[in-house]
Design a protein around this ligand. Structure first.
Ligand code: SF4
Length: 448
């Protein structure tokens, strides 16, 4: 088995941290705008000028606190937010020179807190009420943190071995090392939140037990596994799904046998990019992303696309897999069909249509599926709450489901074709759901 330090190096964080002087110089460029557009562009409304000013004055603890106060997963978001579409995209300095590098400054402050083992918050006085949260991803953790600060006894149920969800398991280490996410988890546990890992609701604990034992239940269960392509050959050795591959790179010793030499990734979202860049960094010689539409329709962030191209990932547009070809039980090739774009669908996206008799075969040894994620239908049904194809229906602003005691936040309520929300959106939902639960369980009024 080929285990090497070289591989490990390929999985260390690619974007270098700012040095102290660089951070202070950058912070001093900020205009500390009144009514700052960067705050409005942040889904969690971090007081960006305030945290930047604290960096400029050397108050890194205060800076980290400002960030994490608004966003309980602010250290992860410093690394994974599409800042050019959010805060940095809104910075007034775009018109004059170049925007403040807000993401890197946010990382500078939160890195300080991590290195100095800072505990930034304290739990509220016990109010005697109990809340169960199902799912320890960004939405569940954000809700847990806020509820603990309000004085609730919070128990988070998590099916996996560690908490953190996508941040711990689903984003490649060279963009988000696991220890960052786990520090955020520790911050939340330090407030007395109990996180029961390896605990599957519906298997180890039943929904009825939660409803009977807690004042409110928050469903923050995220998304499930990658669906099948529904083509022949999916059972062959060498067919993987992108979520499992990324998770393996974050939880198992890295080996050059995790993927082959000629890899294709089916799909063009952020997870597809992660799977493709992972494959490259594990030694695959040729990695191609295959997409049935074109560059214009792909759903990954622009910076992810650029990053993949820099890593040597190739893109093939307007092709769809028709059949995986095997030999001795292993993947040997992939039959593809060429597509063209037809009439727009209900959402306005042009529909890909197969071109007759355009099939061709390409030689590959690994096929990685990255065509979105399924929803946790059976768990949602087990709670008996209203949903549409696995998207849980909630009342606006209250995050309350059709069951008065059950609230929902994060990916489980994102619908309309949006299958994966930004981490920062999930964090915001979690926070807002916590306020809604607090309003429902107390007379105290909190911001909506
Ligand atoms: Fe600073 Fe730019 Fe935000 Fe203004 S918009 S406060 S310059 S980061």
């Amino acid at each position: 088995m080929g285990v090497s330090n070289e591989l490990q190096k390929n999985f260390t964080e690619v974007v270098p941290a700012l040095k102290s002087k660089e951070a202070i110089d950058e912070a001093n460029r900020c205009l500390y705008c009144y009514d700052a557009p960067c705050i409005k562009a942040c889904p969690t409304s971090i007081d960006i000028p305030s945290f930047i000013q604290k960096i400029a004055t050397g108050n890194l603890r205060g800076s980290a606190r400002t960030i994490m106060d608004s966003n309980p997963v602010g250290a992860s978001c410093a690394r994974v937010c599409p800042t050019e579409e959010l805060c940095e995209g809104a910075c007034v300095l775009n018109h004059a020179s170049k925007p403040i590098i807000i993401g890197l400054l946010q990382r500078h402050a939160t890195d300080w807190a991590i290195k100095n083992n800072a505990t930034l918050f304290t739990k509220g006085e016990d109010n005697g009420k109990r809340v169960a949260i199902v799912g320890a991803g960004p939405a569940g953790l954000s809700a847990a943190r806020e509820l603990a600060r309000f004085g609730y006894q919070v128990t988070v149920f998590e099916a996996k071995e560690k908490a953190g969800g996508l941040n711990t398991y689903g984003i490649v280490s060279f963009r988000l090392p696991q220890e960052i996410s786990l520090w955020e988890v520790e911050q939340i546990e330090a407030l007395g939140v109990e996180i029961r890992t390896n605990t599957c609701i519906g298997v180890d604990v039943q929904p009825e037990e939660l409803l009977a034992g807690y004042d409110s239940v928050l469903l923050a269960i995220g998304m499930g596994s990658v669906p099948n392509l529904q083509i022949a050959g999916e059972d062959l050795i060498g067919v993987l799904d992108a979520i499992t591959l990324v998770e393996d790179t974050k939880t198992k010793p890295l080996t050059d046998e995790m993927v082959g030499k000629k890899v294709v990734v089916i799909g063009a979202g952020n997870t597809a990019i992660d799977a493709a860049t992972c494959s490259k960094r594990m030694g695959a010689e040729n990695v191609q992303i295959l997409y049935r539409r074109t560059e214009q329709e792909m759903s990954c962030y622009q910076f992810e696309y650029e990053f993949a191209k820099q890593d040597g990932v190739e893109f093939r547009w307007l092709v769809a897999p028709a059949r995986i070809i095997g030999e001795n039980g292993r993947v040997k090739g992939l039959e593809l069909v060429r597509m063209e774009l037809g009439e727009p669908d209900a959402k306005g996206r042009k529909r890909p249509v197969p071109i007759p008799d355009s099939e061709f075969v390409t030689e590959v040894d690994y096929v990685i599926k990255a065509i979105g994620q399924m929803r946790h239908h059976s768990l949602i049904e087990a709670f008996g709450i209203e949903n549409k194809n696995g998207v849980v229906k909630v009342e606006d602003d209250t995050y309350r489901t059709s069951h008065a005691k059950i609230f929902a936040a994060g990916d489980v309520i994102f619908g309309g074709g949006k299958t994966d929300a930004m981490v920062v959106d999930a964090a915001n939902h979690g926070k807002r759901a916590a306020y809604a639960i607090h309003r429902a369980l107390s007379d105290e009024k909190q911001p909506v």
